[in-house]
Design a protein around this ligand. Sequence first.
Ligand code: NAD
Length: 488
Amino acid sequence: MSPAEETAKLLASLGVRTEGSLVSQSPIDGAAIGSVAEATNGEVEQACLVAAEAFVQWRTVPAPRRGELIRLLGEELRNAKESLARLVTLEAGKIVQEGLGEVQEMIDICDYAVGLSRQLYGLTIASERADHRMMEQWHPLGVVGVITAFNFPVAVWAWNAALAVVCGNPVIWKPSEKTPLVAAAVMALAKRALDRFGHAPQGLLQCLQGGREVGEALVDDTRVALVSATGSTAMGRVVGPRVAQRFGRSLLELGGNNAMIVGPSADLKLAERAVLFSAAGTAGQRCTTLRRLIVHESIADEFVARLKTLFAGIRVGDPREETTLVGPLIDEAAFRAMNEAMDGKAERIEVEGDGYYVRPAIVEVDAQRGMVLKETFAPILYVLRYWELDEAIALNNGVVQGLSSSIFTNDLREAERFLSAAGSDCGIANVNIGPSGAEIGGAFGGEKETGGGRESGSDSWRAYMRRATNTINYGTELPLAQGIKFDV
Ligand code: NAD
């Protein structure tokens, strides 16, 4: 079946009707697979209005009740896991396993958020004054705008929406213009959950389809309390200051340029598998993709030779086939970027129609400069060599991005040094696993030009709430802080 036929069938089975000016093309063969209507300025305005009204109701619903809605959403996602994953494959080009993994991540964050809905804890704080009590509370924040990238077309919405909703906030989603259909499918599942829940306010979960302009309208609307934006650093450079100018909050999840250090004591069997998955997986189109391999000189020749053999044998092809490890790049522009970065040496593989399939590349370089410093969203692995660990850590940190990093070593001192304050400067630092493929339990995000935001687990939920510090006097005096006397 062609991607277009299969997509139409899946969308129909989920009750999604698609029609409009925004056409989606499958990276599998480059053919159009459906279309959606783009939101007009008026519709953005209306969505913000309705969401602001929904907030007034939703913020007073007890958090565990809000969690019930997310529990139902998780059920809908579980039931539709295969279909939704298939749509991810058809529209974003992910291989079957990664499509399923993406939907599993949505289910995981729903489960997490349900538990979290009973744990939105504040602190109690010792007061310096007699008969006083201090505490902090976390209150719902307001409308949350979620802008997402093509490469995690649905999971990133779930990371944000599941937490935002249990935290008491309505969500307006602006999905990538490259993956509008799978977003429409998610909204159909969300509607089922909302219908079953029965009494959520209208406009709690909305979606505005379209490109950059729709995103910008959302970014500029003062009713949107938090803009959570995932995408390129170029996008974040525009969005961050625009939101800040109106004193809104932003949570930025931007580009990465992730490294792996392979030390002399490393288990090379483990390391090579990790390199394969994190450098070539998702056709190099993950924010956490391994882009720089920093190998100890003493093992470099052998290890790199082994990797070259493995890369030459990677099965590149139609992502719908179970045996494929690397599917297509998202579009022609992605191929052009890869080819330019490689001085015209990117190896294109003919698979189907106008799909852009490439052989993942290994490029050995003698210094970290030029294209090595940039995030090219394609499977290019640069290899650098080192003698001293400090040199390797300096290379790891010597780029403007700060998302993910890892070290392969069996030397405890090396591992701990890499994880220490003087080690990796990234938001994610791993030992004996690659830089990609995070679990939802930890906080996800990066430093420097990756934007500083944290999503998903740990205490990331706080980004979706506002903190109120409360001091309560239960005595009969009015003592002032710092011992100030102000008697009349
Ligand atoms: P992109 O920046 O082109 O687009 C991302 C989203 O931002 C899209 O929905 C787009 O319409 C919107 N957008 C673009 N300009 C905007 C503007 N000025 N105002 C408002 N919205 C705007 O990114 P992409 O090509 O879809 O995705 C790839 C990039 O995303 C890579 O750089 C990758 O590293 C990054 N990414 C980061 C993370 C992370 O968590 N750090 C996760 C996934 C992807």
